[in-house]
Write a protein that binds this ligand. Structure first.
Ligand code: PLP
Length: 429
């Protein structure tokens, strides 16, 4: 199987190269050149996440050497579960926060780490993963790559602008993971990372590699739990499972669309956005107008110019075709707060603000006649990560999952730098 850039100006590459490069040379995102048939029926009825991940990787790798390592990569990457908990006969919560940093990004990051360490091999040049983070992505990447031979990680975060828990998740690793506390904003961090990639000599010298959500190595693992949960629903009741997906950069939603495209029994897919409603406005006006992000309670989805939109536009070029494929909703902070309260009152559920965004959009659709059949609300983060928002709303403390507690017990260390590429470079001299 080969991969092309959404912008059509780069040569086709195999999966290893697409993962290694992250972004295509023309600035586009890698997408499959064709969609060869995937045999969903060949999967055992009780296939585990690991088995589904290996099958998907073999399919997407084709004759790429990663195919031979598929079982090992999947085994390395899927050390934690994704589980659906039923709330009622036609509604479940797909919990994706049982990994090391208690958010769904652990799936993509650990699979990418497992793949890249195979691609790097034992003799290849040392790679440097450079990642700018506003909080969550960096933690997942650091946890996933910590201790991987042949690979270093540099995480850049804005000094004083991430929560104490997030900062600890970025700084507690040591070894091959270095944290940089940048005197500036998240945009400054992103600018430095982008400047490093654009600086050809530097990119070559350090064998830079990107781990952000444009990397196709994060999409493949994100398909697995949509695949598994939809297969389970199909087996139990012969109906397609529909999903409400909390969305920011649209990587998660793209993975869900790809899983449906491969033939998994997925019904409707609904994108759940916070006040950053670029996609909803596109549906309403027909004009794609990216903008600056606004800050909301569901901060991991504060994206005004979603990078994976380029993959969705490539698949569904007209607004009409996209509307047919995906539904979309957007809610403000007041609605998120109200839904966190109601989730607790009605179901005894404690939701993070991202999950509550999806729950609110599900509730509104149900009121207006959501399509029949089973639905799953995707829960993207553990509420304890957002305790300062959630606890006052539900009026009680939230227990920390063990993974987060152990991170809080470790000491943290970061190198403080000004928002300049030269200072980052000097730190590696
Ligand atoms: C990143 C993130 C999202 C959004 O996922 P995208 O793939 O960027 O759309 C939602 N919830 C949480 C908790 C996240 O960390």
């Amino acid at each position: 199987m080969r991969y092309l850039s959404t912008r059509g100006q780069s040569p086709a590459v195999d999966l290893s190269a697409a993962i290694r490069q992250g972004l295509a040379p023309d600035g586009g995102l890698y997408v499959p050149q064709a969609w060869p048939a995937f045999s969903v029926e060949a999967l055992a009825p009780e296939a585990s996440l690991e088995q589904i991940a290996a099958a998907l990787l073999r399919h997407f790798a084709g004759d790429d050497p990663l195919a031979a390592a598929a079982t090992a990569v999947a085994g390395d990457a899927f050390g934690f579960p994704a589980q659906v908990r039923a709330l009622s006969s036609d509604l479940g919560i797909l919990e994706l926060f049982h990994g090391p940093t208690a958010a769904f990004k652990d799936f993509g990051a650990s699979f990418l780490a497992a793949s890249l360490s195979r691609i790097q091999g034992v003799t290849g040049p040392r790679m440097l993963i450079l990642v700018a983070t506003s909080g969550d992505t960096g933690g997942a990447v650091a946890a996933a790559f910590h201790g991987k031979p042949g690979i270093d990680v540099a995480v850049l975060y804005p000094k004083g602008l991430v929560s104490p828990l997030q900062e600890r998740q970025l700084t507690c690793w040591g070894g091959n993971v270095r944290a940089f506390s940048v005197r500036g904003t998240f945009d400054d961090c992103q600018r430095i990372v982008k400047a490093a990639f654009d600086h050809g000599a530097l990119a070559d010298r350090f064998h830079l590699c990107s781990a952000n959500s444009i990397n196709i190595g994060r999409l493949v693992p994100q398909m697995t739990y949509f695949a598994q949960s939809s297969l389970q629903a199909w087996r139990q009741r012969g109906e397609k499972l529909s999903f409400v997906v909390p969305s920011g950069n649209l990587g998660h939603a793209t993975a869900c669309v790809w899983a449906r495209r491969l033939g998994f029994p997925i019904g409707e897919i609904v994108l759940a956005h916070n006040a950053n409603k670029t996609v909803l406005d596109y549906y309403e006006t027909g004009e794609w107008r990216p903008r600056a992000s606004v800050h909301t309670l569901a901060s991991a989805m504060d994206v005004g110019d979603p990078s994976n939109a380029e993959r969705l536009h490539h698949m569904y070029p007209s607004v009409e075709s996209l509307r047919q494929a995906l539904a979309v909703g957007a809610v403000d902070d007041d609605a998120i707060r109200a839904r966190i309260r109601r989730g607790f009152e009605e179901y005894g559920e404690i939701w993070c603000p991202h999950t509550a965004t999806a729950a609110e959009i599900y509730a509104r659709r149900k009121l207006h006649g959501a399509s029949p059949g089973p639905w799953a609300i995707v829960a993207t983060a553990h509420p304890a990560k957002f305790a300062e928002i959630v606890e006052p709303l539900i009026g009680r403390p939230i227990a920390m999952p063990a993974a987060l507690e152990s991170v809080m017990e470790r000491a943290g260390a970061a190198t403080e730098i000004n928002a300049e590429l030269a200072e980052l470079e000097a730190a590696f001299a």
